[in-house]
Design a protein around this ligand. Sequence first.
Ligand SMILES: [Zn+2]
Length: 279
Amino acid sequence: MRAIDMHVHVPRQPGLPEMSIEPGLRRYFKVRSAPERGADLAAAYAGWDIVGVVFSVDAETTTGERPDTNDYVAGIVNDHPGRLVGFATVDPWKMEEAVEEVERAVTRLGLRGLKLHPVHQAFHPNDERFYPLYRKCVDLGVPVLIHSGFAAAGLGMPGGGGLKLKYGAPIPGIDDVAADFPGLTVVMAHPAWPWVEEQIAVALHKPNVYIDLSGWAPRFIPDALVRETNTRLQDKVLFGSDFPYLTPDRWLKGFEDLPIDDEVRAKVLVDNARRVLGL
Ligand SMILES: [Zn+2]
């Protein structure tokens, strides 16, 4: 296995209409083709010899759009054992129902983490009304992957599709959660531009916080984060692509050109994710 890709979006569940942010995302990332079925996604990852962490995002309260179900994601994962790891999605605004769904998704469906997207789902990660979600993840022993920084979703739509970037700030949002739940493993998704320095501070300060490098072609990852990846954060940074918006094979090619030591590369590509996922 070449690498573990921490950040992979599943194709839209068959039968559901495309989400409104999707055409803009494809334009921004210049996506030419994307798998239409879970089997195609799994086949692509098999071809690359990469293990992918797959998920969707339930933002039904803010968008009115029906979510892909966790059963659908689990189905894709279970059809391709050893190739994919699934994370649950819940809409935090569904409150107790969301907490129960995390439990069901992990204990009944075999999903191994939770994905949250504060910008798309319109919530502050440190809003204590949602703390039961984190408490549940601690009880279940699963990590939470939280979108951080800029979001390409909504870009160019009127009002940015109504999406508010403030929810992506690592401080106070993610820092507070990591402080209040020291037993919770938190992965900040993406270089959190324009708050990369804050993101570095949180990951340095909190042993339970990690960063995935997804969503940015390696040559655009801010220098400060590349430098910290090679030094102080070498046990805290994880490879992620953001497939299908970026493809992992092209990302890995670009990664070769970054000034990162070989033993650190192995940590970023495989070892750190193994620890986070408990594989
Ligand atoms: Zn993503």
